[in-house]
Design a protein around this ligand. Structure first.
Ligand code: FAD
Length: 292
């Protein structure tokens, strides 16, 4: 398939890009890595009249250590996030998740912010952004705003972004160095979108009980999700069979996954319980080791 006819513009600055978005509004789309947009255009699922290519804008291809948080600029590529040594040591759950995002060729071009803007319900990055208190920096020609990821991600392929806005960067919180972490995913082939995936960070107290758990899931709903219900269930507990059984039951009662050509809703619900159990156990074991 080939895309419908479109015009192409390549601004040299964020201000120029925002002026173009203000001029063309809903007729324009930003292209970053193009790894989701181009397939959608080729299938004519989207037909923007104008593509605003941000790839030549200086200063966007950055990952910044801000102390308590890390900031991914609008052109931070998946490859950069996957290989960044600060992320590997300070946010290991993100480092691990990145190796499940597509293949090397896609990771060379695809961007962290583009993944969040695309809002695929089975994508890994939106899940991590939700779980680690992500803040999305949004700009238009007339205003700047910062949206919590939970407000930005509205539904399947739907965000709170207005037609004249672009995302200039996203920040997420660094992990507590004492916290254990784990990432578990099941997909049909390595690099495919997740049928279900679970990310966990948690601490343990002196009695060995779980403290401050954070749990994200993707592939099992309309968007990636932070699972506050499961977090409340396991906070203060020891991860024994009873507790993990309750987690599975909770997920079975509360998740409403989609059925598609890859898997049915029941199978995804089952997977979510199995993966959550594995991830909680693995994160707990790491947290115990870190505590010494
Ligand atoms: P683009 O394709 O350039 O844009 C996607 C959408 O976001 C468009 O609507 C665009 O207008 C908008 N957009 C992009 N940047 C901005 C911005 N700064 N401001 C406002 N709007 C913006 N992803 C996964 O998570 N997991 C996978 O396993 C996975 N597997 C893949 C396998 C293949 C074969 C392919 C082709 C892709 C796969 N992807 C996967 C998708 C990949 O991660 C994309 O890179 C990502 O979804 C989009 O990032 P991008 O920079 O390519 O965005």
């Amino acid at each position: 398939m080939k895309p419908a006819r479109f015009d192409y513009v390549r601004p040299d600055s964020v201000d120029q890009a925002l002026d173009l978005l203000a001029r063309y509004g809903g007729d324009a789309k930003i292209i970053a890595g193009g790894q989701s947009l181009m397939p959608m255009m080729n299938f004519r699922l989207v037909k923007p009249a104008v593509l605003v290519d941000i790839n030549r804008i200086p200063g966007l291809e950055v990952i910044e250590d801000q102390g308590e948080r890390v900031r991914m600029g609008a052109l931070a590529r998946h490859r950069m996030t996957a290989t960044d040594s600060m992320i590997a040591s300070r946010i290991p759950v993100l480092h691990d998740a990145m190796h499940h995002v597509a293949h090397m060729t896609v990771r060379n071009r695809g961007t962290f912010c583009g993944s969040v803007c695309h809002a695929d319900p089975a994508a890994e990055i939106p899940m991590i952004v939700l779980m680690l208190d992500g803040q999305v920096e949004v700009a238009s020609a007339s205003r700047r705003r910062v949206l919590p990821a939970a407000e930005f991600l509205v539904g399947s392929l739907v965000t709170a972004l207005e037609a004249d806005e672009m995302v200039t960067g996203i920040t997420i919180g660094m992990s507590d160095p004492q916290s254990g972490w784990a990432f578990e995913e099941f997909s049909r082939r390595h690099g495919d979108f997740a049928l279900a995936a679970v990310a966990v960070t948690l601490g343990v107290d002196a009695d060995g009980a779980i403290r401050n758990p954070r749990i994200g899931m993707t592939g099992v709903g309309e968007t990636a999700m932070r699972m506050r219900g499961v977090e409340a269930l396991i906070d203060g507990c020891h991860p024994d069979e009873d507790m993990l059984g309750e987690v599975s039951e909770w997920l079975n009662d509360n998740l409403v996954p989609n059925t598609d050509i890859h898997a049915g809703a029941d199978y995804r619900r089952h997977l979510s319980g199995v993966l959550a159990g594995r991830a909680i156990r693995a994160a707990y074991a790491r947290a115990r080791t870190l505590r010494g």
